[in-house]
Ligand binder design. Sequence first.
Ligand code: DAH
Length: 392
Amino acid sequence: MPEDVVFPANKVFFHGCWVYPFVSGGCEGVIFFGKNQRKSYLYAPFIKLYCMQDIIRSLIQEITQFEADSQSGLEAFRARFTNKKAVINELFEDFRNVPKEDKREVGQMLNELKTLAFEKLATLQELIESKKVTYTLPHDLSLPGDAFVQGARHPLATVMNRIIHIFEQIGFEVASGPEIEDDWHNFSALNFQDNHPARDMQDTFFVSVNPDFLLRTHTSSVQIRVMEKQKPPIRILAPGRVYRNEAVSARSHCFFHQVEGLYIDKDVSFADMQQTLLYFAKAMFGEDVKIRLRPSYFPFTEISAEMDVSCQICKGDGCNVCKYTGWLEIMGCGMVDPNVLENCGIDSSVYSGYAFGMGIDRLAMMTYKVPDLRMFSQNDIRFLKQFEKMEL
Ligand code: DAH
């Protein structure tokens, strides 16, 4: 035992040890002596020891001054004061070691300490709860709001809507049909003979064979569905997605989009079709556009044609978009084959009509100068965002 230690007369029994309060140089602090630390205090003369009353008083002060405005602060308070293993419970455990004559005083102080700690805990809890509520409420209603992000129409939808809008002006109505079709609606009713090579040009994905169900290769199937149900006059436009078994590249995909048109009535002529398509081309590409019809073949039309429009980029002079021809092919068309009318129960000696079909994806590529068809279905937000300001 170092010699400069002054021993006061009273010793305090604390945490299973007899503790001698003494004053010495060095730091001050509260130390709790566990049983296994019994010896160490004897050789720590620079530490001032306190009796139980002193400890309670210092804890009261600590509790009163404790501040917490977050959940973690609250947890720290609990860990220090109110949990099972916290300091107050430890003091209660040590109470039995308090000398008899001090028991009354210390017992009262301990109870007060406990009450104070739990009251403080409740106050802190309330404070933090109220902060949480105010945090979620808008404090300052004059602050600018969060901008509402508005989506953009997909470029393919925009082109489709434009086409629909143009034809609606002259009495065409939108019709739709399923993307999984049976052989009859996609091929047979449209005059594709079994095993005819025309079927090869539209190879597709079969969902089942015998009976055949397949992903439709064109929106011409909607013609059949409408003619089976509706009596002429019929004037419809069928926009939609179609599928083909094709290698995916910058210019072709295994799915793409078409708009189909059909007009059936008495005395419908090829000249009517020509005039309607000229009206469409002018509305779509501008008043100065020219059209030309080239003979072609489709099983469901007789006579059949491909329609070209004069290239709007070079105005017919020739550029790499029109491959220096001055013309761009945009659709197939023709007079509906009488066999098709008969397949749908329409008397071909009374009624006639024309049909046309065009791909949307290449039209959109041309309109917006999109170099790769795949961009339309990659869902890349950087691509789609560029169409935010588009009309229609
Ligand atoms: N269905 C044809 C295709 O996908 C396009 C087409 C050509 C539709 C001529 C028609 C038409 O209605 O008359 O290649």
